[in-house]
Write a protein that binds this ligand. Sequence first.
Ligand code: ZN
Ligand code: ZN
Ligand code: ZN
Length: 102
Amino acid sequence: MSRKLQFQCPVCGSGDVFYSCEPKCCFNHVCAECKATFEPVTKPAGTAKRRIAEPQEMPDASDPAVACAKCESVAVYVDDDGALVCKDCGTVLEVELTEVTP
Ligand SMILES: [Zn+2]
Ligand SMILES: [Zn+2]
Ligand SMILES: [Zn+2]
C-alpha cells in the first residue's frame, strides 16, 4: 500500500504542512504552525525502479506535492518502506527541502 506524501516543517517539525501553490508555478509549502515556507525538490535515489500503486486516499490540491526529478510528474507517493516513488516512471526519489524561510 502506498501513502500520500507528507513533509515535516524543517523549522518546527510540525507535520501540519500544506502546499500553497500549483505545479505549473512552484512547489512552495507553508507550515500551518510557524508559517515557515519551503520548497521540496527531488533527485533520483539511485536505486532500482519500482512500481507503486496510487494511494487509497488521493491527495487533494493543498496536500504536499513534489515533482519527479526524472519526468516532472507530481504522481509521487510514499511506499511501504517510506521510499518516495514516482508512479509514472517508477523512479525512487530522495527529497530535499530547499528555500527554507522561517
Ligand atoms: Zn513550522
Ligand atoms: Zn508559486
Ligand atoms: Zn517520474
